[in-house]
Design a protein around this ligand. Sequence first.
Ligand SMILES: O=C(CO)COP(=O)(O)O
Length: 246
Amino acid sequence: MKLISANWKMNMTPTQTKDYIAKFLPLVRDVKDREILLCVPYTSLCVASDLLKGTHIKLGAQNVYYEPKGAFTGEISVAMLKDLGVSYVIVGHSERRWIFGERDETINRKLLACLDGGLRPILCVGERLEEREAGLTFKVVETQIRLALSSLEDYTDMIDIAYEPVWAIGSGNPATPKDAQAVHKFIKDILKSINKNYQGKTRVLYGGSVNLNNAREFINTQDVDGLLVGSASLDPESFAQIVNAS
Ligand SMILES: O=C(CO)COP(=O)(O)O
């Protein structure tokens, strides 16, 4: 099933989360052929978890730490997320890579912790503008995937991947569906080549300036198995329209 996910990033208080979900749920009640996911800030997980219980909307986090517990001030473990009913977690978002200096090795450890603990990670990959301009898109994406999945190659069916070109995020300048399709196909070929038992269960999502005007075209593009929507997911009506259009 295709996956349409919101990434709220650092937006929405718990109170705003409550209002959002109250408005959003009736608007997507009849959507049965798409998986809908809300990746909310840590502080909204509790309230969102309560409100989404018994609905078909899944709950996701935007980050996780790889150690199971201990003296890691400010960090959140897989078990803590699981206990709140979280089923997905975004790992290696470009904002974590480029603002917070998250390295491929850290991302690899986070993926391992998620797989061990039964959370489905959404691994984010994508090239920066200068890399794209230097013709390095495929090389960058391949390197990010190979490093993130190092020693986890047998488990590729247990993760989803979001292709989010960094230059397209928050810029109003999305990739063309054709360019996205080429990278998505390339990602699927990598997964096949690193896991000979790969069953094709990884969904490759597109993210980067998805909005109501382009969501349908992306979702109807071959090899696009879902969307990861940032700013256009912050308004419940707008995100519900994207879900319904895609
Ligand atoms: O980073 C994104 C989703 O993870 C995309 O953000 P925008 O939809 O705001 O471009």
